[in-house]
Design a protein around this ligand. Structure first.
Ligand code: PGA
Length: 251
């Protein structure tokens, strides 16, 4: 019932030249994917990557967006600027933005609502730190994030949630299949409480954090995991293997 969704997050990597070359390499490898496929790229690369991905099944997404339509917000990107290039997805509230750039649950909430109002799909990130997991407060943290980040959202089924344990991002340390499944099932349950159980069944929830070609099959086999948000492995051909997680792959 939920169509799997694999998205890359290039973060502050690639250039127009290397990005277009990667998209060219990936295009034939992902064309028969059974899941939705996207690459979220730095804002300045969006025009060139949109062009590189034209006519393919790779959608281009952004890594952030401001909630105001326009104005004196130096360095920010608006919904209209993204829509002009046909951007479909916008990552919101990535833990790196929360950690290094002062993103709070309140600003995540504003951005999420602005992306929805503009007719795009937010990929809204939540997740606990290592300290929080070790102190047994993972569910408490996720409950707070989901409650505040989704406040006032009218149709939660239009939001993609990325569960990204902060301790697994870029560390090579992946959550086990069981940890990821258990936590994502909790997220779904919480969405059911905040909205309605039927809506929760429809929400796409991705796992993110060192997901790669070797561990994607096991993670994707979990009943509540509907996809992945991929950092490092989206910068190379390996991304195609993740997209084809359900197919036989010859190295
Ligand atoms: P990673 O990044 O795959 O490099 O751990 C994931 C993310 O931050 O979205």
């Amino acid at each position: 019932m939920r169509k799997p969704f694999i998205a890359g997050n290039w973060k502050m990597n690639m250039t127009a030249e290397s990005g277009a070359a990667l998209i060219k390499e990936l295009t034939p490898l992902v064309k028969d994917a059974d899941c939705d496929v996207a690459l979220c790229v730095p804002a300045i690369l969006i025009p060139a990557m949109t062009k590189a991905a034209e006519g393919t099944n790779i959608a281009i997404g952004a890594e952030n967006m401001h909630w105001e339509a326009k104005g004196a917000y130096t360095g920010e990107i608006s919904a209209d600027m993204l829509k002009e290039y046909g951007v479909k997805y916008v990552i919101i509230g990535h833990s790196e933005r929360r950690q290094y750039f002062g993103e709070t649950d309140e600003t995540v909430n504003k951005r999420t609502k602005a992306v929805l109002a503009a007719g795009m799909t937010p990929i809204m990130c939540v997740g606990e730190t290592l300290d929080e997991r070790e102190n047994g407060v993972t569910e408490k943290i996720l409950s707070r994030q989901l409650t505040v980040d989704l406040e006032g959202v009218e149709d939660v089924t239009k939001v993609v949630i990325a569960y990204e344990p902060v301790w697994a991002i870029g560390t090579g340390r992946t959550a086990t299949n069981e940890q990821a499944q258990e936590t994502i099932a909790y997220i779904r349950k919480k969405i059911g409480e905040l909205f309605c159980p039927k809506c929760a069944e429809k929400v796409i929830i991705q796992y993110g954090g060192s997901m790669n070609a070797a561990n994607c099959k096991g993670l994707m086999a979990q009943p509540d995991i509907d996809g992945g948000l991929i950092g490092s492995a989206s910068l190379k051909k390996e991304f195609a293997q993740i997209v084809n997680y359900n197919k036989y792959w010859e190295n």
